[in-house]
Design a protein around this ligand. Structure first.
Ligand SMILES: [Zn+2]
Length: 157
């Protein structure tokens, strides 16, 4: 989506709800009040500082990202797990794999390339462990609830 279209889509979305002042999106689309100008200025300053620190968000070809995702996929690591581990959008990675997105932000590429199958496997281990713990806790709570109800029913009888 090009910038013009993105802004007009944003304008459309924002026109359907009350204006939120102090947001850069509001500044870009409709408002030039002090709060919105400050938000835009703050964003610009933060970006300039981050760029000086080497945080480049420029677009790069998505080829390396796609190849890395395919290699991870062969090792049994899907794009959703990669997205979660890398802290990037699942949708963007899906579109990269399907060839619908030919460019990604440089920091997205960096985050995805840093992911290894081993790292994701470890993450998965803790996720599964957490799930088991939740299930145990829920099972215990249900059992307590059941016995509490039974107690009330016995008392009523
Ligand atoms: Zn405003």
């Amino acid at each position: 989506m090009n910038t013009e279209r993105r802004i007009s889509t944003l304008k459309e979305t924002l026109s359907q709800r009350p204006l939120e002042h102090g947001k850069r999106a509001t500044y870009i689309t409709v408002c030039r009040c002090l709060q919105c100008r400050a938000a835009n200025s703050r964003y610009s300053c933060e970006r300039a500082a981050a760029q000086q620190e080497g945080d480049c968000r420029g677009l790069v070809p998505a080829d390396k990202t796609r190849q890395h995702l395919q290699a991870l996929s062969k090792k049994g690591v899907g794009y959703k797990s990669v997205a979660e581990a890398a802290g990037v959008s699942k949708t963007i990675l899906a579109r990269v794999i399907w060839g619908k997105r030919l460019h990604v932000r440089a920091n997205t590429e960096r985050a995805v390339l840093a992911i290894t199958a081993e790292a994701v496997a470890d993450e998965g281990y803790f996720d599964r462990l957490q799930l088991v713990l939740h299930q145990c806790r829920d099972g215990l709570l249900r059992a307590m609830l059941r016995s509490a109800r039974r107690g009330i029913h016995l008392g009523d009888a």
